[in-house]
Write a protein that binds this ligand. Structure first.
Ligand code: NAI
Ligand code: MG
Length: 345
């Protein structure tokens, strides 16, 4: 039995986490979830967003699945999400964006993966007040961190037989910082002669993505651009309820969907758990449960081929629990087929 730290988080976190757990259980893979509370409700109780026990659990298990945690805007805490990625050097934020069923009427062939550098850029929180009327944020881009995210993207492209890696920067304006990231990408690309390197500036990339997203394979970019492009790409495939993600380091991984705590819909039972369910499939694959991961992904695709199964965020009527049950049902049918083939073969 594999032990995984489970942080339900706050907002819609606990709702989508509960459904995700049921789906994972239905695959038959035995996961021992070590549940750790973190988020606003914990802060109100103990004065800390993330108690020490959460860190201890992650460090013990080296693998975690996390729901969203609210970060108050403006003054106050730094984002706990950013802090976790930095603390454990989870340098690669990997986000596969794929068309699911008939969810999007605009695009049906999107199949791209974003590699977002996760530890530096403007997210280091190096801000200073020059005067009450002038604030500065310092952007940090280093050769070593740029290199490892570019290598991760090219390795992924090679493994998944994707012909192209697109590097996204604004190197025409930030000639030193983004210039360095682009230089490193060009250098890394030389080691992968079978994969094409495409260079695009971030503003043009936004336009290309909303016009012809199906032309992209693997995208590698800095932290801020990766954050923004992730949400943009989510919009191409049905919204934030559909995009999973992983934060990967050398020997530790924290899996989490792209979306946040969605306070506008929290507690209503209508949050879409699909993103977190697909995130659990990424985790199962990471743990070597390839077949079960594929079951989940196939079941999700099957369910969303029928608009009668659409969730509230898609304009349908299914809430969090109902869509979870549909996915489990579809998976049971797939498993049945798989067993059937086994018997026949
Ligand atoms: P958000 O992702 O929480 O929500 C944006 C919009 O998408 C909202 O209208 C929301 O209702 C909708 N949405 C998001 N996930 C959904 C789902 N699963 N099903 C249906 N609809 C969904 O982004 P927002 O509002 O900017 O941030 C809210 C809070 O979450 C902030 O405190 C932010 O800092 C935090 N956050 C945390 C993240 C994390 O823990 N990894 C990531 C992003 C934001
Ligand atoms: Mg984000």
């Amino acid at each position: 039995m594999t032990r995984v730290t489970l942080i339900p988080g706050d907002g819609i976190g606990p709702e989508v986490t509960a459904v995700m757990k049921d789906v994972v259980a239905a695959t038959g893979v035995k996961i021992e979830w070590e549940v750790q509370e973190a988020g606003m409700h914990v802060f109100e109780r103990v004065g800390e967003l993330v108690p020490a026990s959460v860190y201890e659990s992650i460090e013990r298990n080296r693998i975690a699945l996390k729901g969203p945690i609210t970060t108050p805007i403006g003054k106050g805490f730094r984002s706990i999400n950013v802090a976790l990625r930095k603390k454990y050097d989870l340098f690669a934020c990997v986000r596969p964006v794929k068309s699911i069923g008939v969810v999007s009427s605009k695009f049906s062939n999107v199949d791209l993966t974003i590699f977002r550098e996760n530890t530096e850029d403007l997210y280091m929180g190096l801000e200073e007040e020059v005067s009450p009327d002038e604030m500065r944020s310092i952007k940090v881009i280093t050769r070593a961190n740029s290199r490892r995210i570019c290598v991760a993207a090219f390795e992924y492209a090679l493994l998944h037989q994707r012909p192209k890696v697109t590097v996204v920067t604004k190197a025409n304006i930030m000639k030193l910082s983004d210039g360095l990231f682009l230089d490193v990408a060009r250098d890394v690309a030389k080691d992968y002669p079978t994969i094409k390197l495409q260079e695009i500036l971030v503003d043009n990339m936004c336009m290309q993505l909303v016009v012809k997203p199906e032309t992209f394979d693997v995208i590698v970019t800095e932290n801020l651009y990766g954050d923004i492009l992730s949400d943009l790409c989510a919009g191409l495939v049905g919204g934030l309820g559909f995009v999973p993600g992983a934060n990967l380091g050398k020997d530790m991984a924290i899996f989490e969907a792209v979306h946040g705590s969605a306070p506008d819909i929290a507690g209503k039972g209508i949050a879409n758990p699909t993103a977190l369910i697909l995130t659990s499939a990424m985790m199962l694959r990471h743990l070597g449960h390839t077949k079960e991961a594929a079951w989940i992904e196939e079941a999700v695709d099957t369910v969303y081929r029928d608009p009668a199964n659409f969730t509230v965020d898609l304009g349908g009527s299914l809430g969090s629990t109902a869509i979870g049950l549909k996915i489990i049902q579809a998976m049971d049918e797939l498993k049945g087929n798989a067993y059937g083939q086994k018997t026949v073969g």
